[in-house]
Design a protein around this ligand. Structure first.
Ligand code: BG6
Length: 461
């Protein structure tokens, strides 16, 4: 890991950090309009006000020693109507953000889309409407043309798999089964159009997908449970990477769609786009593994589970999420499985053999600010250290992991659990409803990560 080209970074998304939700010409996205069941949690109107604090935040992150920062750009700031005129104020803002990063020797890695479809496009059918694909392509072409001279690494669409599987928790509405898979297909075609456009517009640019990939374990050695894991691996993981990297609909997903009565509308003209444009690398988000069993008749999903990524999954006759008795959990009910990251990376390398950047990984926790403005987050340090160790072991086993960009650079608003679930290296003083000072305080994990970066990784292997 101690090579000079390895990217030691951090990640964030725009809607969870920026705020300024109606400033400088920005329109509303589905993140601004989505229904929130839990009304006492923070929304994204101010978030952590990164829109106004970006210079301070980037300077603090530079002092932590990172050489790469993953951000996202909101479509609603660049083309507020979803299609049509470009908003110059949006372009000017991200020019300034990118230039600030570069001035601090931080490589910008930009996600074009992080759960934040312009709301008016959602009203017109969203990802079930083919017109969204061409609107997305036009939007990313604007990004590549304006920022491609300085930004050489791009990520397409953040976690389309989690967005579709945990729809209500992430985007605030429910897809029918048919809609979910038509949206899957349309999203994946849109991703291909971004890959094509990036290669066309930025000849020395690189682009990759950014799904959330966690290897799925069977609950037992029962053959039915093995098949449950086979299906959920295909549905959750391989369907997305197979489409991106191989240009195919994964055969097990195909079988699952057939058995569940889904008919995909596929246009003949998609074929060339899908089979001729491929990513340069893979961005992989990983928090937890998943374990499933074959569901017994009449069984329901696990009650009281808030975990969007593994246990809260259920498809009658195929798979049902279960609690893995061998794994500890975090305060928000997500299992902690560092070895699962090593397994996942090796499986991904076995199937796709492309460079990998771990573009999200981190621990959501209740942090406590002491009276002298410190945060003693040893639990986060432990989590990160265990996962970095796994990455180092995967590298030693031959997996080309080229960067680690944990979630999150600074505290942000969790997708559905508010600011109480903190991930950052830098604490932001606010709570769910009270904006307080919005002051920034480095946590213990900030100093620990700085030291680790200086040493080029964990030294105790
Ligand atoms: C990923 C998303 O799914 O998980 C992030 O890309 C998100 O946007 C992260 O914040 C953690 O999930 P949550 O629900 O704890 O915010």
């Amino acid at each position: 890991m101690a090579n000079s080209t390895f990217l030691w970074g951090a990640s964030l998304s725009a809607h969870q950090t920026e705020g300024a939700y109606q400033e400088d010409g920005k329109s509303l996205s589905v993140q601004d309009t989505r229904a929130r069941k839990n009304h006492d949690i923070a929304d994204f109107t101010v978030a952590v006000d990164h829109y106004h604090h970006y210079r301070e935040d980037i300077a603090l992150l530079a002092k932590m020693g990172i050489n790469a920062l993953r951000i996202s750009i909101p479509w609603t700031r660049i083309i507020p109507a979803g299609t049509g005129p470009v908003n110059d104020r949006g372009i000017a803002h991200y020019n300034a953000v990118i230039d600030t990063m570069l001035a601090h020797h931080i490589e910008p890695i930009i996600t074009t889309y992080h759960f934040d479809l312009p709301d008016n496009l959602q009203q017109a059918g969203g990802w079930n409407n083919r017109a969204t694909i061409s609107a997305y392509e036009a939007y990313v072409r604007v990004l590549f043309s304006h920022f491609g001279d300085r930004v050489k690494k791009w990520l397409t669409i953040n976690e389309p798999n989690i967005m579709l599987l945990a729809d209500e928790k992430i985007v605030g509405f429910h897809y029918t089964h048919q809609e979910r898979y038509q949206a899957f297909y349309n999203l994946m075609v849109a991703e291909k159009s971004a890959i094509q456009a990036c290669h066309e517009i930025i000849p020395d640019g690189q682009i990759g997908p950014v799904p959330n990939i966690s290897y799925v374990y069977p609950a037992t050695a029962k053959p039915e449970d093995i098949r449950a894991a086979m299906y959920f691996n295909a549905v959750r993981n391989w369907a997305y990477l197979d489409f991106s990297v191989k240009g195919i609909i994964n055969p097990i997903l195909h079988d699952y769609l057939h058995k569940t009565g889904v008919e995909l509308a596929i246009l003949p003209e998609d074929h060339a786009l899908v089979t001729q444009n491929f990513p340069d690398f893979l961005g992989i988000n990983y928090y937890t593994s998943a374990t499933v069993e074959f569901p017994q008749k009449g069984q329901d999903r696990l009650a009281g589970i808030s975990d969007q990524q593994s246990e809260d999954v259920y498809e009658p006759n195929f798979y049902k999420g279960v609690t893995n008795p061998y794994l500890a959990k975090n305060q928000f009910n997500w299992t902690i499985d560092p070895l699962g990251l090593e397994t996942t990376l090796e499986m991904i390398n076995d199937r796709y053999a492309l460079p990998i950047f771990v573009t999200e990984n981190g621990l959501g926790a209740y942090d406590e600010l002491t009276s002298d403005h410190q945060i003693h987050d040893t639990y986060r340090i432990d989590y990160l250290a265990q996962h970095i160790r796994s990455i180092q072991r995967a590298q030693a086993a031959g997996v080309p992991v080229q960067g680690y960009l944990p979630w999150s650079a600074i505290d942000l608003i969790s997708v559905h659990e508010g600011i109480r679930k903190r991930y950052g290296f830098i604490y932001v003083e606010r709570d769910e409803q009270d904006l307080k000072t919005l002051a920034r305080y480095p946590k213990d994990s900030y100093y620990w990560y700085r030291n680790l970066i200086t040493q080029g990784g964990l030294q105790d292997e």
